[in-house]
Design a protein. Structure first.
Length: 393
């Protein structure tokens, strides 16, 4: 027999404000205004933290990434949902299909169809959807963080212009070349994996492609292409010695982790065009050849992280996103990991500031739950690279 519903003895209590009682509202400094940093700031603001500032080194936070394709899986999409960001705003082609095509002698010999548990967006679409929701004054461009000190038992950020900012929690979301990682976890250095992701964005108004297409033409090479608003976005992975990288992009891989369009030399274009013509079916080689807007990223490896949070006096500094664990692009996990880590960090900080949870324990639980995913993605990169035939030079 069904039991009648009994109302709770006490009426439900209102959710208390953050930092109720005597503890002051925490100052949270986010370093890096790309996908991970801005997502983190929005999640914190939504949770009620009202003293959040994002410090971004680039003078114009919206223009520094070219805008390449990024696949987001359901957990990350769910977090964006919670922020009220509808997929129609950042997913232009809602396909879940991945076509994997084996190529020999420039001809397709086998096609496999997979379903991706997520959607494709681009850095530009997603970054715009995120930053337009930030209240004025939260994102401060042109603010290059150079150091971290302890003052009055709290973290203090040092900037290239000589200014300083006090905080209670510092979230380093400052990407592959992270200053935060160099300061907090200096033994983990990036190593060049011996190949480059050449990227291109070619405008075309007549593409029939609606899905994500991956071509595998043999050892040392992979080509992916997908539709984006007004064109196609492609990535061509090619083996490249450190000396050739320097020749093609003007600086060694460790110094130039993103080659912007003005860094891509005629030699780099010729390298990509020549290989495309040798291994890809003619229409794809023609797409590469016709592309004027190009960028590149050297593929890097790093030792897996063993921690994400460090005490600084009575405050904390944490690493998230590529700052924590830059992973090889074909894992498709970099942005996903950053968004998931930001959401879980917000939960831990909320439990502390709203419900009085012990902060060190909350952060320990956060890193214990998030580290395995980051470590797995770091380890998966070289395995995928070996499958492509790309090894350390
Ligand atoms: C070819 C390619 C394909 C990819 N595909 C996928 C995919 O399908 N799925 C996926 O999840 N990921 C993918 N990724 C990875 C993804 O793009 C990154 O993991 C993600 O953009 C990292 O975001 P982030 O905010 O952590 O770091 P970044 O985007 O690197 O941002 C760091 C920010 O910090 C700023 N900054 C740096 N130093 C300082 C400082 N000292 N002071 C202040 N600001 C600073 C930088 O200017 C930058 O704005 C791909 C990457 C590549 C190259």
């Amino acid at each position: 027999m069904t039991q009648p519903h009994t109302p709770p003895a006490n009426p439900p209590r209102a959710i208390p404000a953050l930092s109720a009682g005597t503890s002051p509202r925490p100052r949270i400094a986010v370093v890096g205004g790309s996908l991970t940093g801005v997502t983190c700031a929005l999640l914190l603001l939504h949770a009620g933290f009202d003293r959040v500032t994002v410090y971004e080194a680039a003078p114009d936070a919206a223009s520094h990434r070219g805008g390449g394709l990024i696949g987001l899986e359901h957990p990350a999409l769910g977090i964006l949902d919670r922020l009220g960001i509808g997929q129609d705003e950042f997913v232009a082609y809602p396909s879940e299909t991945v076509l994997e095509v084996t190529i020999r002698y420039r001809q397709p010999i086998h096609t496999a169809r997979r379903t991706y548990p997520g959607r494709n967006t681009t850095w530009s679409l997603l970054h715009h959807a995120l930053t337009r929701r930030l209240p004025d004054g939260i994102l401060q461009p042109g603010r290059h963080v150079t150091g971290l000190a302890e003052r009055d038992r709290r973290p203090q950020l040092l900037f290239a212009d000589g200014t300083r900012v006090d905080a209670d929690v510092v979230v380093f979301a400052d990407g592959r070349a992270s200053t935060g990682r160099r300061l907090l976890d200096p033994s983990r250095r990036l190593r060049y994996a011996g190949y480059v992701a050449h990227r291109g964005h070619t405008p075309t108004s007549h593409t029939l492609l609606r899905d994500f297409l991956r071509l595998e033409p043999g050892p040392g090479c992979q080509y992916t292409v997908a539709p984006i608003p007004d064109g196609l976005d492609w990535t061509l992975y090619l083996t490249c010695s450190p000396a050739d990288y320097t020749h093609c992009f003007g600086a060694p891989p460790q110094r130039r982790m993103f080659a912007l369009p003005h860094h891509v030399s005629p030699a780099a274009r010729a390298h990509a065009d020549t290989h495309a013509a040798l291994v890809l079916p003619a229409p794809h080689a023609a797409t590469v050849h016709a592309t004027t807007l190009r960028t590149a990223a050297p593929v890097m490896d790093i030792d897996p992280p063993t921690r994400m949070a460090w005490p600084v006096g009575a405050g904390w500094a944490v690493l998230i996103g590529d700052a924590l664990a830059p992973v090889r692009p074909h894992t498709g996990r970099g942005a996903n990991n950053g968004i998931e880590q930001a959401a879980a960090l917000t939960t831990a900080l909320t439990q502390h500031h709203r419900w009085g949870a012990h902060l060190a324990t909350a952060l320990d639980g956060w890193q214990r739950r998030q580290l395995p995913e980051a470590v797995a993605a770091v380890r998966q990169g070289p395995r995928l690279g070996a499958h492509l035939g790309n090894h350390q030079p």
